[in-house]
Design a protein around this ligand. Structure first.
Ligand SMILES: Nc1ncnc2c1ncn2[C@@H]1O[C@H](COP(=O)(O)OP(=O)(O)O)[C@@H](O)[C@H]1O
Ligand SMILES: [Mg+2]
Length: 330
C-alpha cells in the first residue's frame, strides 16, 4: 500500500461517515428512515425504492463497534462491482449508484432467512460451522460433516446453511432447510428459488476470487421479493462484511502449520475484539484503537483492489453534503 494512501487513511480517522440524517429530498416527498447497523436506509414507498447509504460503521457480533476510514465507499463500490458482474446469473435490486457511498435499490420484501454458503470449516461466532464442529456436532444445518477435520479445512462440498433473521439486537441462528420450512417463515418455493440463486452466485464468486489469488471461504446472501414476486438479491453481495476472504497463496502452508489464514475481511477486527479486546459479544464493545481501524481500512481497500483489479480512489469530500447533493441530482 502506498505511503500516500496511508496518509489519506490517517487523515480520515476523524472524518469517517458515522451516520446521516437526511430530511429533505428534492424529488421524493415522503421518506421513511431505517438505521441499520451499517447502512442508513431511506425508503420511498411511492417510487418503490430504497436509498441505501453505506456508512463507515463496522458491526461485529451484531453490535456496531466503531468506524473504519472509507469502509462505506469500499463496501458500496464492491457490491456495485459484484452486482454488475453477476447480473446475468441472478437478478438484483440495483437501480442506480448515484454516489460512492449510495446505492438505490428497488424496495423488496425480504425473505425471512439469510442464505449463507460455506466452503470451509471455519468461523468464530456461535452460529459458525467451526464452533458447532468443535462442540462435537457432526451434522450442521442438515449436512453431515466428516470426522477428523481440522479448523479451516475445505468442506467436502459447499453447503447452504440458512440462518434465521433475528430481531434487531438479537443473534441469528443457523438452521436446516427442514427446520426453516417447518417454522413457516418462508415458503418452499421461495426457499428453493433463493437456494438455487445462492448456490449459483457462490460458485461464480469462488471462481472469480480464485483468479484474483483469493479464496471466497463463505458468504451470506439476502434475498427479497420484488413487486412482481420474483426472488432477487438485495442488500450487498460478496463484500468483506458479508464474506470471508483468504489469500490463496499461503493458505495450504498456514493450514499445515495450524496458523489462521491471512484474511481480507472483517475477521481481522473480530479476532482483535476476541483477543486483545477481550470481547465475546456481550455488553459494550471495547474502543477500537486507531491502528486497528487503519489496518482494517487497508484490508478492505486491498480486497477492493484485488477483486476489481482497479485502484481504489478515496473520495475524501465531506460525505453528508456530497450525498445530499448527489441524491437531489438523481
Ligand atoms: N432492496 C431492498 N429491499 C428491502 N430491504 C432491503 C433491500 N436492500 C437491503 N435491505 C435491508 O436494508 C437494511 C440494510 O442495512 P444494514 O445496515 O445492512 O442493516 P442490518 O443491521 O439490518 O443488517 C437491511 O435490513 C436489509 O435487509
Ligand atoms: Mg446487513
Amino acid at each position: 500500500m502506498s505511503r500516500d494512501l496511508d496518509d489519506v487513511l490517517r487523515a480520515q480517522l476523524g472524518q469517517c461517515l458515522a451516520g446521516t440524517s437526511l430530511t429533505t429530498f428534492a424529488h421524493r416527498p415522503s421518506i421513511e428512515r431505517y438505521v441499520g447497523k451499517v447502512r442508513d436506509c431511506y425508503i420511498d414507498r411511492d417510487a418503490g425504492e430504497r436509498i441505501l447509504v453505506c456508512t463507515d460503521r463496522l458491526s461485529a457480533f451484531d453490535v456496531v463497534i466503531g468506524t473504519i476510514p472509507f469502509k462505506g465507499q469500499v463496501l458500496n463500490q464492491l457490491a456495485q462491482y459484484w452486482f454488475e458482474e453477476t447480473a446475468a446469473i441472478a437478478p438484483n435490486h440495483v437501480v442506480a449508484v448515484p454516489d460512492p457511498n449510495v446505492t438505490i435499490g428497488r424496495e423488496c420484501t425480504p425473505l425471512h432467512a439469510e442464505f449463507v454458503m460455506r466452503a470451509y470449516l471455519t468461523g468464530v461466532t456461535s452460529t459458525s460451522v467451526w464452533r458447532a464442529y468443535e462442540r462435537g456436532d457432526r451434522t450442521f444445518c442438515g449436512h453431515p460433516l466428516p470426522e477428523g477435520m481440522k479448523k479451516n479445512e475445505p468442506l467436502p462440498a459447499p453447503i447452504l446453511t440458512p440462518s434465521t433473521k433475528a430481531a434487531k439486537g438479537d443473534h441469528d441462528v443457523s438452521v436446516s432447510r427442514a427446520e426453516l420450512l417447518a417454522s413457516g417463515v418462508i415458503s418452499e418455493a421461495h426457499f428453493d428459488a433463493a437456494a438455487a440463486i445462492a448456490t449459483r452466485l457462490f460458485a461464480h464468486g469462488q471462481a472469480l476470487a480464485a483468479t484474483r489469488g483469493l479464496i471466497l471461504a463463505d458468504t451470506k446472501y439476502e434475498l427479497g421479493l420484488d413487486p412482481d414476486g420474483n426472488v432477487v438479491v438485495i442488500d450487498e453481495i460478496h463484500t468483506p462484511d458479508s464474506s470471508r476472504y483468504w489469500y490463496a497463496d499461503d493458505y495450504a502452508e498456514r493450514l499445515a502449520r495450524g496458523d489462521e489464514p491471512r484474511s481480507l475481511d472483517k475477521e481481522y477486527v473480530r479476532r482483535w475484539l476476541v483477543g486483545e479486546g477481550g470481547y465475546g459479544g456481550d455488553g459494550p464493545p471495547p474502543v477500537l484503537p486507531d491502528e486497528v481501524r487503519l489496518e482494517a481500512a487497508r484490508r478492505y481497500i486491498r480486497n477492493f483492489e484485488l477483486v476489481t483489479g482497479r485502484t481504489f480512489e478515496p473520495d475524501a469530500r465531506e460525505p453528508v453534503a456530497r450525498i445530499g447533493a448527489a441524491l437531489d441530482a438523481s
